[in-house]
Design a protein around this ligand. Structure first.
Ligand SMILES: CC(C)(COP(=O)(O)OP(=O)(O)OC[C@H]1O[C@@H](n2cnc3c(N)ncnc32)[C@H](O)[C@@H]1OP(=O)(O)O)[C@@H](O)C(=O)NCCC(=O)NCCS
Length: 215
């Protein structure tokens, strides 16, 4: 599966390459404190820090039609990563999006713009039907991203992903293509994203908070 290069203003998503390894390693090391709380970890013990290996893995998944690994750029500078992963074809036709930016690029709309570009590509070029994003209840900046774009709240997944050393609750948000006939990017840029689609009901906020306090 080929991976496109897509842009909106100063923000571009493009395929990750093996020659990004050194830059990516630098950014991951420089942003340790910024990223650690939100980083997936291995439930089976210590993971390895093999950046070239992880890029190879992402590219192998892309060749198999299971993922789209992007680099996010701002004004041509490496700003972070966005991965479309866990692509399921056929009757489900769904995928997951994950992302991070370096701290110095935070707050410049790099992520919502990139998520919108990637989602529109998945819906209208690849023919996928659903995109989901799962976020820890404590991750306000990431919750802002789905709220801005009008992703719809789907529910609380208990102890869903191993992050920062333990199984963590996640709020799950999604869109299906029929919800955004004009595309996610244009809906957002035209101020038409529904303000309350990502609203999390009090019961789920309370349930997640209880679990968080128990950690
Ligand atoms: C979550 C994240 C990807 C958001 O990316 P982004 O490109 O900064 O997104 P935005 O520009 O839309 O900013 C989102 C929110 O971040 C917050 N923010 C803005 N500037 C910030 C800064 N300098 N530092 C920290 N947070 C900031 C604001 O709450 C903003 O919402 P607002 O625009 O309504 O004020 C980014 O904060 C990040 O990489 N965090 C660490 C890794 C992570 O959490 N990944 C996601 C796991 S689900």
């Amino acid at each position: 599966m080929s991976i496109p290069t897509l842009s909106e203003g100063p923000i571009t998503i493009r395929p990750i390459r093996l020659r990004d390894a050194r830059r990516l390693e630098r950014e991951l090391l420089d942003n340790r404190g910024w990223l650690r709380r939100w980083e997936a970890t291995s439930p089976h013990g210590v993971g390895s820090f093999d950046v070239r290996g992880s890029i190879r893995n992402l590219l192998a998944h892309a060749r198999a039609g299971l993922g789209l690994p992007f680099v996010m750029e701002y004004d041509g500078h490496f700003a972070g990563q966005l991965n479309v992963s866990s692509i399921q074809w056929g009757s489900v036709s769904s995928a997951t999006i994950g992302y991070w930016v370096s701290e110095k690029f935070a707050g410049k709309a790099v992520t919502p713009t990139s998520v919108a570009l990637a989602t529109d590509y998945c819906f209208f070029q690849l023919g996928l039907h659903r995109i989901e994003i799962c976020i820890r209840p404590e991750n306000e900046p990431s919750l802002r991203v789905v709220r801005k774009l009008g992703f719809r709240y789907e529910g609380l997944r208990r102890r869903y992903i191993h992050i920062d050393g333990d199984w963590r609750d996640h709020f799950c948000f999604a869109l299906v293509s029929e919800e955004v006939p004009t595309g996610v990017l244009s809906r957002w840029l035209n101020g038409k994203a529904p303000a309350d689609a990502a609203h999390v009901p009090d019961a789920d906020l309370r349930a997640a908070a209880v679990d968080h306090v128990a950690d």
